[in-house]
Write a protein that binds this ligand. Structure first.
Ligand code: B16
Ligand code: MG
Length: 218
């Protein structure tokens, strides 16, 4: 019996992943580092600082800590400029209906996001109050693929991982959910999310019945 759902945010609830991509690409290009959508896949779900470290290593660029902080601030400023456009209608198809059904059926709702901007984005979408717990990049010490973000979600919701389903769009997030012992529904392409228990192309059409039948089929 599923008692709660934990949602990743970027790429599951709203397509802010495209804003992270644009901001990182702008930053990489300003350092003359090439940055493609394929590389971006490796940054999804990964913290801001680890994302920067990866980009710098791809470009063989070595910088001191003060410069790294400056670049992360700049990337975040650009990201927030893009994210300014987020309005409730930007919510990905199927998300609001599914959240409403979970509420109605008394299944708890939690957020498990690496983003430090998660609360701001949920506020812009008008769904912040629907969440029973929010674990974001400000609360965790270990970024996905470490399971901390989902483990903390489970302990705040007071359920075991076996009673919770995680919805994730990133390889790092699926890995985090699986190593924490959660059933994980990947949102995206099966080839990218091969570790997920089940993969659906999007949240469109997701219902409690569909989720439970995926879980029942293993
Ligand atoms: P911020 P999620 C993650 O959010 C993003 O997927 C990832 O691209 C981003 O670098 C990370 O949040 C940190 O975001 O810079 O806003 O703190 O997918 O875990 O909801
Ligand atoms: Mg994501």
């Amino acid at each position: 019996m599923i008692k709660a759902c934990l949602f990743d945010m970027d790429g599951v609830i709203v397509d802010t992943a495209k804003f992270h991509f644009l901001a990182w690409q702008r930053l990489a290009n300003s350092l003359s580092i090439e940055f493609t959508e394929v590389q971006n896949e490796e940054l999804k779900g990964v913290s801001r600082v680890e994302s920067l470290e990866k980009i710098l290593s791809w470009g063989n660029v070595v910088l001191n800590n003060a410069k790294k902080v400056e670049l992360m601030d700049l990337k975040n400023r650009w990201y927030l400029e893009y994210a300014e456009q987020v309005v409730p209608s930007e919510m990905l198809p199927g998300v609001l209906d599914f959240l409403n059904e979970l509420k109605q059926k008394d299944i708890r709702i939690g957020l498990g996001s690496s983003s430090k901007n998660a609360v701001l984005i949920l506020e812009k979408l008008g769904i912040l109050a629907m969440f029973d717990t929010i674990i974001d990049g400000n609360k965790i010490h270990m970024s996905k693929p470490h399971p901390e973000v989902f483990q903390r979600g489970a302990s705040e919701l007071k359920f075991t991982p076996s009673e919770i389903v995680v919805f994730e769009d990133a390889q790092s997030g699926v890995e985090a959910a699986k190593s924490g012992g959660f059933y994980c529904i990947g949102i995206g392409e099966p080839a990218v999310l091969s570790l997920a228990d089940a993969v659906v192309p999007s949240m469109a059409g997701m219902t409690v019945e569909k989720m439970e039948s995926l879980v029942a089929n293993g």
